[in-house]
Write a protein that binds this ligand. Structure first.
Ligand SMILES: [Zn+2]
Length: 89
């Protein structure tokens, strides 16, 4: 199980890539690329074909990718990045 298998696109404009680099790669799926129905792990509702959303690929396990509503992902990632390190007071 080589864990460097996911090389992606060298992560050029990916703001997510600094502190939380251990977590996951996130890609936005355009509405025209969304051709299947997925289930969002956050709200447990469907993501319909034609709906733009996010694909989250854990770096440690690229096979375990998940599709999220963009809004749900934003909420969860804000919770993660905001809570743990950045806003330590
Ligand atoms: Zn959702």
């Amino acid at each position: 199980m080589p864990d460097h298998a996911w090389t992606g696109d060298a992560g050029a404009g990916d703001a997510w890539a600094d502190d939380e680099a251990d977590a996951a790669d996130v890609r936005h799926v355009q509405p025209y690329d969304a051709v299947k129905t997925y289930r969002c792990p956050e709200c447990d509702h469907e993501i319909r074909p034609g709906e733009g959303h996010e694909v989250v690929v854990p770096r440690a396990d690229p096979e375990a990718r998940r599709h999220w509503h963009s809004g749900c992902w934003r909420r969860v990632s804000a919770r993660n990045t905001g809570g743990a390190r950045r806003k330590r007071r």
